[in-house]
Design a binder for this molecule. Structure first.
Ligand code: FAD
Ligand code: MLT
Ligand code: ZN
Length: 552
């Protein structure tokens, strides 16, 4: 079969199977949602064998890893009397996991104490699962009155240690508040409870011909409330923008139990300070989000995906520039993966790369539009152009839905592959594009010079890799280790943060601060800004009961 992407000097490798050069996702929303969910076949949304392996590892307690952290004596200890109050309030057995009066509950509580990376582990003995805003309000008021510290928790997929306790804070898990309240099929405006799982919400929207404006590898587990609280960026921010823009309204409960009802459904509303924005990205430190109103875009009828191999980071930048020029409004993702990250995915999945050769860099491009033929032509012209110019060495274009999923798995599978291989030190940074990848090179050199990087077991570091949302100038620098090791952390921090600060970058592009970056906020924010943040925290949470030891 002739390859229409063949140029005189380069070959666009093709995946085996179907003949269609311009793949089409079904226009049936149900089918599209199945595609979207199946794309996550190698992510936390699927209980894969890998995930089970990872979950078997038991991490050290955070208080042991960081002995300088001390429990704040202002907080009360949870007693039987407190537990009785919560049991009376929440009624059902399953709404309270009680390790205070029941010593046998430890195993049930463990998943709420440990984070996704198995890096942070708390000593919580009480998990509460409210089912309404009123219950959240009563819980927080009681905790505030009794100075009991609380950690709001969504799907617990956060990557900065923000979603689990450090000491004996109560976990307020939002999983039971998962209703979709209202959807307007004309405007695309959705009202949803905070504990709804992103993938479930997106599947509902698919059935209406709409899409949630956020997509990420953890979509099968993470909650809308968690997404808002971290201001998650994800894979298509390039296309749909940040949650600061797509969130029209929020309902949240303050630490004293006050319900802030700003469930506004208007796109335009310039009446006073936009209070809801403070809850977006504040990581559960000033209030608990209970509901949200989201502006959802129309679901694209056509989606095309291509994966390329490139010889240099310079070429990846050129490809991005060309992609914007050729694909403009239909470009929905431009993702970067270095050769090291792809080698780790190969090692873990034992799959063959979709390209014949191995390359130092790979880019994944996705287009989303309303006309498959039109989009396909544009993508094809783009491909021919970048190959003729020698920017892209080799590439492949998905030709059906299965191949779309397969190509995405090489990007989305990185996080889980890293988690499977042992410990990982994750840095999520935003740096102007020209210098972005240099951070990976410099970090690798530093770790190597320190004698920490190597192929054998005495070296804690297995690999230093980079990948991320190139379209948003957001790099994920990941140091993959055989085990968590204090020497590695000391080698990396504050080195990485200083490096970023010198280039006026952000030390947290999308994952947040949590516990991991609390003490480094000054590398990206001025003392005046940090001072204002502390004033806000004091104003909203004067007893500091919400998510202590974290953020600022
Ligand atoms: P949790 O992890 O439970 O909590 C995160 C923070 O929000 C905590 O501080 C918690 O206290 C707070 N919180 C949770 N719910 C509420 C609430 N209702 N009210 C107040 N505070 C609350 N992140 C990205 O930005 N982009 C990505 O592409 C991305 N991909 C990922 C891929 C994988 C495989 C994994 C494991 C993680 C990924 N993440 C990504 C990180 C993570 O999934 C996101 O931060 C997500 O938004 C967290 O949602 P959650 O429900 O799991 O929140
Ligand atoms: C991603 O883009 O894959 C996520 O932010 C998770 C990660 O950084 O590993
Ligand atoms: Zn990311």
């Amino acid at each position: 079969m002739a390859c229409r992407h063949r140029s005189s000097t380069t070959t666009l490798a093709r995946l085996a199977k179907p003949a269609r050069l311009t793949p089409r996702l079904s226009t049936q929303p149900q089918v599209q949602s199945q595609v979207a969910s199946a794309v996550r076949c190698f992510s936390s949304s699927r209980p894969s064998q890998l995930k089970e392996t990872r979950c078997q590892q038991q991490g050290k307690f955070t208080s042991e890893t960081y002995p300088e952290l001390k429990r704040d004596s202002r907080y009360g200890q949870v007693t039987k009397e407190h537990v009785d109050y919560f049991k009376g309030l929440l009624g059902t057995e399953s709404a309270v996991i009680d390790g205070v009066t029941n010593e046998n509950a430890t195993d049930d509580i463990e998943p709420f104490n440990s984070d996704w990376m198995r890096k942070y582990r708390g000593h919580c003995r009480l998990v509460l699962k409210p089912s309404s805003t009123e219950e959240v309000s009563k819980i927080l008021k009681y905790c505030n009155d009794n100075k009991l510290a609380v950690v709001p928790q969504g799907g617990n997929t956060g990557l900065v240690g923000g979603s689990v306790p450090v000491f004996d804070e109560i976990v307020l898990n939002m999983g039971r508040m998962n209703n979709i309240h209202e959807f307007d099929e004309v405007s695309g405006i959705l009202t949803v409870e905070a504990g709804a799982i992103l993938e479930v919400v997106d599947q509902f929207l698919a059935s209406k011909g709409y899409i949630f404006p956020l997509d990420l590898g953890a979509k099968g587990s993470c909650h809308i409330g968690g997404n808002l609280s971290t201001n998650a960026g994800g894979l298509r921010l390039l296309r749909y923008g940040s949650l600061h823009g797509t969130t029209l309204g929020i309902e949240a409960v303050l630490p004293d139990g006050t319900v802030v009802d700003d469930l506004c459904k208007l796109r335009k509303n310039n009446t006073g300070y936009d209070i809801k924005q403070l809850f977006i990205g504040s990581e559960g430190t000033i209030g608990v989000i209970t509901k949200a109103v989201i502006q959802c875009p129309q679901r694209p009828k056509a989606q095309n995906v291509a994966l390329f191999g490139l010889e240099s980071y310079e070429a990846a930048q050129q490809a991005f520039r060309e992609a914007k020029g050729h694909l403009s409004e239909i470009l929905s993702a431009f993702e970067l993966m270095d050769g090291g990250s792809q080698a780790l995915v190969r090692q873990v999945t034992k799959k063959n790369s979709p390209l014949e050769g191995e390359y130092p860099f790979y880019c994944l491009i996705e287009t989303s539009g309303s006309n498959s033929d039109h989009d396909g032509e544009k993508l094809q012209t783009f491909l021919e152009d970048v190959m003729e110019k020698g920017i892209v060495v080799d590439g492949t274009l998905a030709q059906d839905e299965t191949q779309v999923r397969a190509l995405w798995s090489w990007r989305e599978g990185i996080t889980e592959a890293l988690g499977h291989l042992g410990g990982v030190y994750k840095y999520d940074v935003s740096i102007p594009l020209p210098e972005m990848y240099q951070l990976v090179e410099d970090t690798k050199a530093r770790v190597r010079e320190a004698g920490l990087l190597g192929d054998t077991d005495e070296h804690p570091v297995r690999a230093v890799v980079g990948y991320g949302h190139m379209g948003d100038a957001n790099l994920h620098l990941n140091v993959s280790t055989r085990r968590y090791d204090e020497r590695v952390e000391k080698c990396l921090e504050p080195f990485v943060y200083e490096w970023i600060s010198k280039r006026q970058g952000s030390i947290s592009a999308e994952h947040g601060l949590g516990l991991a970056k609390k003490k480094y906020i000054g590398y990206s924010r001025t003392p005046t800004m940090v001072g204002l943040m502390k004033q806000l925290k004091d104003l909203y949470d004067p007893n500091a009961i919400l998510n202590p030891y974290k953020y600022i």
